[in-house]
Design a protein around this ligand. Sequence first.
Ligand code: PLP
Length: 465
Amino acid sequence: MTKWTGRRTAGPEHHVQVDPRVAPGGDGLVPLLSIPDGQLSADAAYQLVHDEAMLDGNSRLNLATFVGTWMEPQALKIYTETVDKNMIDKDEYPQTAAIEERCVRIVADLWNSPEAETTAGTSTIGSSEACMLAGMAFKRRWQAARRAEGKSTEAPNMIMSAGVQVVWEKFCNYWEVEPRYVPVADGNLLLSAESMLPYVDENTIGVVAILGSTFTGDYEPVAEIAAALDQLAAGGGPDVPLHVDAASGGFVAPFLQPDLVWDFRLPRVHSISTSGHKYGLVYPGVGWVVWRTADLLPEDLVFHVSYLGGDMPTFGLNFSRPGAQVLLQYYTFVRYGREGFRKVQQAAQDSAVFLSSAIGAMPQFELLSDGTDLPVFAWELAPSVTNWDLHDLSRALRERGWLVPAYPLPPDCEDRTIMRVVVRAGFSPDLARLLLTAVEQSVAWLDSLESPLPRPDDHPPTYHH
Ligand SMILES: Cc1ncc(COP(=O)(O)O)c(C=O)c1O
């Protein structure tokens, strides 16, 4: 949300000037902060919006984002053909609805649901909505169980690492659940079975494990966390469900680490969420959440819409949202298959590991992760470097067109700054080599400085998780 603090004025600085070659005849001045009285031609409006968006830079060089920035032309063709479809209009677009349903089955099968053909699941606008839905199911099930026992439902809590993505903070705030953040210890940024257990009590609606960490790309030990919760319940303690926030790992681990047991093979894992628009290889606007079995999603959270004269259950925060991204997701499933997904993710991992080993070998840096879980790696500055920091390096790389964020670690480690690279589909070995050259040149320039760069009291706004 933007809070506008300036005054509105009619001066030319509060207008944009349309290029006179595309707006002949008119003065081409368009107000910035109110709807213009008159019209622009479609060409002039296109030029105006296109030119401003151009300043965003090149999304392929954006190594901060986990979100898809490249799809092949055939996918783009489907996108433009189906951009008008509203996902909620199940009755009007029954085939898009059928494909969404098929995708839920495919994802449930990919994550080894024992009831993949019938279990509950839905597409969402992204992982954030998917996480919220999973959290709501936890809360509602916990409330029902407590009420059945005549116990209070006043003080639900949820357990997660202090390094969770901001969506979990939002979930707890919006749905009035106490977040219990397990501090990240020096050297270990991940939730573990031992660190999580002391936070569990009878008011715990669930535990969240992350596959993988937004900070470093490393996977949390889901199977160990599940086993600890199994043991707790078997010993007469609270029976606490586990959600896996597999925003990125949901479409990586099944292909690159098929032997890693993190999904519905563990009965303790009640639900899993992912972003189709991250390693699901789709442009922004699609996520998935699936429950292990249908009974784990409380029926009273489900709404019903009309579908081919019949009834279609839906569970979501949004009503209208794009249907095209769901079709694009299906495109990736049939286009790549398991073999193609493995190759695409392996290529990203090869580039990540190539870069992390080269950057880790530089005396100025110390690696925090190497890209062998997610194709994501992070590093910090060696203590011997005192004339510059990672924010300076981030700025120097930006001058060369690369967007590589520097940001603080989560609370308790926030005095440590790290830099992270997310390698995604479309980041070729050639681009990896060019990025490495840019890092080496930027470091050589920073090292050549005779005194520290001037420091503003505060660095510009840091990257926000
Ligand atoms: C672990 C994790 N969970 C949730 C999210 C939110 O995902 P989305 O942007 O799809 O809403 C992210 C985004 O980076 C993430 O890394």
